[in-house]
Design a protein around this ligand. Structure first.
Ligand SMILES: Nc1ncnc2c1ncn2[C@@H]1O[C@H](COP(=O)(O)OP(=O)(O)O)[C@@H](O)[C@H]1O
Ligand SMILES: [Mg+2]
Length: 407
């Protein structure tokens, strides 16, 4: 056999640790969601009024990422529409992930399409679409429930017009009624929602708390039994993944860790998934998250981060905002931009701090006043690695280190 044949044969014959990886994918929603019995019942108790022929309250759901908001909502809606259909109740729901439908117009078109309406690609005026939806509802449905998941994306991107329109639509409907569910991870979301919209959206609120370690363990155990072949994953590995994810209480993170650990085991030809694989997985998952966060930062903040990376790489001394401004101004001058005020820089720094990329402390120098000291919270090599993929950044960075920081 040629080397090539051998390699391919080996790959074909080699057993994977997975029985079926789909159970560890983001889209898979199990029929049972351990430790969410209460939230499921809360939602169900509100929405059950559909089966009693009365309009359910609008619902506002919030809680951190990975606490099961989407999974719980989809599960309840799936069961509810099955029951409604059997009972001959004309109920329909439209699920919109606002991360993908960020403008009021696109979200509206999505609702129309979910109702089976065809909207020409060239578009229609909003009021026309709204009246098409109204007519369709009056003719075909008793209840429509519209779910705006990750609703903060929609509102930040294009305001809350559509929410306002939907909350008002009921007064124009005779035979059918609309209810809304808004879901968000963003705790500050309520602040930038119009007060009228907020109050009608939150007729009921359901709060999702982060999972603790034992809860995450149960969730992982359920998935592991489905996804892995029998006996390949160490119980200790599952516990370790639960412990890591418990820092944020995030079930998505926990499940990702398990999947990546299995992939690493497969890649290295191991037949068992161990704590060691989970450790490696956690580094890989961490890097991916950081990469994603940094790659969507606005250019100015990426450049500011480049300045901080350069400083923390080479300066022994503490990084003050003054030094950051000095280096950042230099970067801006290199690309033909005007310097930015210290105040703006402080705003940028505050945002980087919220994202967990840096931390800062105020240090007092007695009568010489106070200054902010910046510290990178992520290994500088990782940041360099991500930012210098861009040739312009890479060139700026080498120049920066050569001429500004090290001499
Ligand atoms: N209680 C649970 N039991 C099983 N899987 C869960 C549970 N809660 C969340 N998950 C899973 O964790 C992932 C993240 O949950 P998700 O509902 O998307 O969180 P959120 O919408 O709050 O960010 C999904 O893959 C989901 O299926
Ligand atoms: Mg979600």
């Amino acid at each position: 056999m040629s080397v090539l044949d051998e390699l391919f044969e080996q790959a074909l014959s080699k057993k994977s640790v997975f029985r079926d990886k789909k159970y560890l994918s983001v889209d898979y929603i199990p029929d049972e969601l351990p430790h969410r019995e209460e939230e499921i019942l809360r939602l169900a108790n509100i929405l059950v009024s559909i089966l009693r022929d009365s309009r359910p309250s609008n619902i506002f759901e919030y809680g951190p990422v990975g606490t099961g908001k989407t999974a719980v909502t989809k599960l309840v809606l799936k069961k509810l529409s099955e029951k409604a259909e059997k009972a001959g109740i004309r109920f329909r729901y439209a699920y919109i992930n606002c991360r993908f439908f960020r403008t009021n117009y696109r979200a509206l078109v999505k609702v129309a399409m979910e109702l089976g309406l065809r909207i020409p690609r060239t578009g229609l005026p909003v009021d026309v679409i709204l009246s098409l939806i109204t007519r369709k509802l009056e003719e075909n449905y008793r209840f429509l429930l519209v779910v705006f998941d990750e609703i903060d994306w929609l509102v930040k991107y294009s305001g809350d017009d559509i929410l306002y329109q939907f909350t008002r639509l009921n007064s124009e409907l005779n035979k059918s009624e609309i209810s809304l569910i808004g879901i968000t991870n963003d705790t500050r979301f309520r602040e930038y929602l119009d007060a009228r919209v907020l109050s009608s959206l939150s007729e009921e609120t359901v709060v999702f708390q982060p999972y603790n370690q034992e809860q995450l363990y149960d969730i992982l155990l359920q998935r592991a039994r489905l996804a892995f072949r029998e006996g390949v994953i160490d119980d200790e590995a599952i516990r370790y993944a639960a412990a890591i994810a418990a820092r944020d209480g995030d079930a998505r993170r926990a499940i990702d860790l398990l999947r990546v650990a299995g992939e690493i085991a497969d890649r290295s030809g191991d037949f068992k998934v161990t704590v060691d694989h989970v450790v490696q997985a956690s580094e890989e998952v961490e890097r991916n998250i950081i990469r994603e966060i940094i790659s969507i930062l606005p250019p100015n903040q990426q450049l500011l981060l480049l300045a901080i990376a350069g400083l923390s790489k080479l300066s022994r001394n503490k990084i003050t905002t003054g030094k950051v401004k000095h280096v950042f101004d230099w970067i801006l001058s290199q690309i033909g931009k005007q310097p930015i005020t210290l105040r703006r820089i402080n705003d940028y720094l505050a945002e980087l701090e919220t994202l967990g990329i840096i931390s800062s402390t105020i240090v007092s120098f007695g009568r010489h006043g106070r200054t902010r000291i910046i510290k990178l919270e992520i290994p500088v090599e990782i940041i360099e690695n991500i930012l210098t993929k861009d040739p312009l950044y890479s060139e700026l960075y080498s120049e920066l280190i050569r001429t500004i920081i090290s001499p």
